[in-house]
Design a protein around this ligand. Structure first.
Ligand SMILES: Nc1ncnc2c1ncn2[C@@H]1O[C@H](COP(=O)(O)OP(=O)(O)O)[C@@H](O)[C@H]1O
Ligand SMILES: [Mg+2]
Length: 241
């Protein structure tokens, strides 16, 4: 099976803080992979390094077979990204933003594809509204549309469900599940363990920048373990280590 993400001894330092501390991680094609950890554990910093938004201080990072430090633009062309708390440009409407993304990514038939997303995520009534006037949830819908509109082989999503109501959470979780069944790969970060337990195949636990564990959700379940108990015991042990 192809490896879609590979980091070796990845390090990011901010002043006195080592936000990501020597992380070696591998994600295979077809995974719905969850990067888990409490707030401040380094999840967003990891995703920013995987997508070439920030440069590591050490180690290596390869995404869809490309060295991210050498060719960050090449990686970004092939993947879909939803950064944490990102909002689309305030001065464009939802439709204009998707047209803009289509122009950058050279995506054909954008009107048809945009219409599909407006219907699928139920925001057709907002398609001509300026992004500055959209609610957080609707902006997140638009970010979803831009990330998936070119059907990337890999999508990286930082806290995917945080701005969605329960109905939209269901729609999005089902979409992600179907996406990997069709051969895509999804990498999410979340501090919501129920989400990871419900939808993820593999997971990694970060704590204070260190990778405490990697595993598969089905292995946990077959041991009758719940991810939250497992997570808490690890993090508590990690905290006192
Ligand atoms: N730009 C930055 N400058 C300084 N410290 C940062 C910066 N970004 C993140 N950090 C610190 O790095 C650590 C990890 O943060 P982050 O990756 O955002 O964690 P998470 O996404 O898991 O909540 C935190 O201690 C945070 O305060
Ligand atoms: Mg974060």
């Amino acid at each position: 099976m192809a490896v879609m993400i590979e980091t070796k001894n990845l390090i990011k330092v901010y002043g006195d803080i080592t936000a990501v501390d020597n992380v070696t991680l591998s994600v295979e094609r077809g995974a719905l992979y969850g990067l888990l950890g409490p707030n401040g554990s380094g999840k967003t910093t990891m995703i920013k390094m995987l997508t070439g938004q920030i440069r590591p201080n050490g180690g290596s990072v390869s995404v869809v077979g490309i060295d991210v430090m050498r060719d960050p633009i090449g990686v970004r062309e092939r993947v879909g990204i939803i950064p944490e708390q990102e909002t689309p440009p305030s001065f464009l409407t939802a439709t204009e933003y998707l047209n803009f993304v289509a122009a950058v990514r050279k995506i054909p038939d954008i009107d048809e594809k945009a219409a599909w997303w407006f219907d699928f995520l139920d925001f057709r009534d907002k398609k001509d509204v300026l992004c500055k006037d959209l609610s957080r949830g609707t902006r997140q819908k638009l970010m979803f549309a831009q990330a998936f509109i070119h059907k990337p082989v890999l999508a990286l999503i930082d806290e995917p469900l945080i701005n969605f109501d329960p109905i939209m959470q269901r729609v999005v979780k089902d979409y992600l599940g179907e996406y990997v069944k069709k051969g895509g790969t999804i990498f999410i970060s979340t501090h919501i363990l129920e989400v990871a337990e419900e939808i993820c195949s593999g997971f990694a636990i970060l704590h204070k920048g260190k990778l405490l564990h990697t595993g598969s959700v089905s292995d946990l379940k077959s041991n009758n373990q719940h991810l939250d108990d497992f997570f808490l015991s690890l993090v508590q042990n990690g905290a006192h280590a």
